[in-house]
Design a protein around this ligand. Structure first.
Ligand SMILES: [Zn+2]
Length: 133
């Protein structure tokens, strides 16, 4: 799946944890090291019990984050000279808008994958979850 997201030259690692990033309501989290093209995606154990379409949507969500979170990296440099309050306000708005865009796009992409059968070689098994690679 990561190739379909134009992440062919990236190392994308998936892991499963009981609680993702300290948030019991989160189904996924993505930590990205842009300089090394490495992304560590953590998925919640609870996600394994969801339907296949939900799993695809959550994985798509995290893979989109790899692209869009670069905006946060870039703007962090610009926010440096601003006051802490301004910095926090802009940062909060950026996170919110990126989250909204990421979530919307993840549903669109998951629907596209629903309509097109994935090839057998797109499927890999990681721990207890099937992930489309
Ligand atoms: Zn997100």
């Amino acid at each position: 799946m990561k190739d379909k997201f134009h992440l062919k030259d990236w190392t994308v690692r998936f892991s499963i944890e009981d609680v993702v990033n300290g948030d019991p309501d989160a189904w996924g989290h993505c930590k990205v090291i842009y300089g090394r093209k490495i992304a560590n995606v953590t998925l919640a154990e609870e996600l394994v019990r969801q339907d296949e379409q939900t799993i695809k949507q959550v994985i798509a969500h995290e893979l989109i984050h790899i692209h869009l979170n670069a905006i946060l990296e870039s703007t962090r440099e610009l926010l440096g000279p601003l006051s802490a309050d301004m910095h926090n306000s802009i940062n909060r708005i950026m996170h919110l808008e990126i989250e909204r865009a990421t979530d919307t796009l993840s549903f669109v992409i998951a629907d596209l994958f629903r309509e097109k059968d994935l090839q057998n070689n797109d499927v890999i098994k990681v721990d207890k979850i099937t992930i489309y690679d």
